[in-house]
Design a protein around this ligand. Structure first.
Ligand code: GTP
Ligand code: MG
Length: 331
């Protein structure tokens, strides 16, 4: 199961109470106040863990509670701090408060491994009576209570992070292309909607020119309005630097590649005009099939772009595609 949206309830720990206590020791008369402070309540913290790719753990554990601070002790002992509650999230997690803030802006957008965000702060510990002693009040008989920890409801939404996003109709061969480009092993089958969840593959092994590619479920006409699976998953390519419009050039489903190209452009535009302005490459897949040859030139003139012909099946054109992508991605 792939979970990319969860609602959670978080409660930070309360601060511990300060105590009222007076020093007692043989031969030390009127030892004075020595009640310690309470400990701090634990925070609820989100932390990016590069090992995880979705929010499923939080779906099953939607209540996050951090530990309370301990009570102060005699002899000026400060109470223990409450244990923080650290929730691991994938890179690309966007945090919203519930109800949403006035501007609807997210509270945080966690992208880098190890990045953290404090969702709810633990309460401060109360001060013990030792803190209130002064020359004119030598035996204070009061101490503070700990402050309550913050609580809140939040929505976490995952918007995957990859440099290249694969966009195409069902069966265009997006998953096959991801498998040809990277070591990822997505499910590939000759029926539409084989891919039900986004997956990300890494292309190249050298650190300096490695890049990531996201495969999402196929887009259908009306995807921007919620048809098919496409709409829900378009947000996973929102952050991609390049979109790769993958078209079945052989028209194996009896479709026309030029129509497919126009449909993809239209769906992207209607979902988000900013996405339609993103740099994109047009890639014609299934170049191994003879039908694709004749349709390639029609696709070239319709898109007024250079169209790269590849075959995810035979590997034809794949090295050229990788170098074109690297060229665009290079800063
Ligand atoms: N001949 C040929 N067939 C291909 C090529 N690429 C993919 N296919 C076939 O096309 C079918 C669909 O491939 P997938 O990779 O599952 O397509 P997809 O775009 O991921 O499809 P969805 O996940 O359903 O949207 C499979 O039967 C593949 O074997 C290619 O280059 N040449
Ligand atoms: Mg697929």
């Amino acid at each position: 199961m792939f979970v990319d949206r969860v609602r959670i309830h978080a409660r930070a720990g309360d601060g511990g109470d300060g105590v009222i206590c007076f020093h007692r020791e043989k031969f030390v008369p009127r030892g004075g106040p020595d009640g310690g402070d309470g400990g701090r309540g634990g925070d609820v913290v989100l932390e990016v863990d590069p090992q995880i790719n979705n929010l499923i753990d939080l779906r099953f554990r939607p209540h996050a509670r951090a530990g309370h601070g301990g009570k102060g002790g005699g002899n000026n002992c400060t109470g223990k701090n409450g244990k923080p509650c650290v929730l691991k999230v994938p890179a690309g997690t966007v945090v919203y408060s519930l109800p949403p803030g006035e501007d609807g802006e997210p509270l945080a957008d966690l992208t880098r491994p190890g990045e953290t965000h404090v969702l709810c702060r633990g309460g401060r510990g109360g001060r013990g009576n030792a803190r209130f002693a002064s020359s004119v009040r030598q035996t204070p008989r009061y101490a503070e209570e700990g402050q309550p920890g913050e609580t809140g409801e939040f929505i976490l939404v995952l918007k995957s992070i990859a440099q290249v996003g694969l966009v195409g109709l069902p069966n265009a061969g997006k998953s096959s292309l991801l498998a040809a480009l990277s070591a990822a092993k997505p499910k590939i089958a000759p029926y539409p909607f084989t891919t039900l969840q986004p997956s990300i593959g890494v292309v190249g092994s050298a650190e300096e020119n490695r890049f990531t590619v996201a495969d999402i479920p196929g887009l259908v006409e009306g995807a921007h309005a919620g048809k098919g699976l496409g709409h829900d998953f378009l947000r996973h390519i929102e952050r991609c630097a390049i979109l790769l419009l993958l078209i079945d050039a052989a028209g194996t489903e009896g479709r026309d590649p030029v129509d497919d190209y126009r449909l993809l452009r239209k769906e992207l535009r209607e979902y988000d005009p900013a996405l339609a302005r993103r740099p994109f490459l047009v890639v014609a897949n299934k170049a191994d099939l003879p039908e694709s040859k004749a349709r390639l030139s029609a696709l070239r003139s319709a898109s007024r772009k250079q169209v790269l012909a590849v075959s995810a099946k035979t590997g034809e054109g794949i090295p050229g595609l990788i170098s074109s992508l690297r060229e665009i991605l290079a800063p």
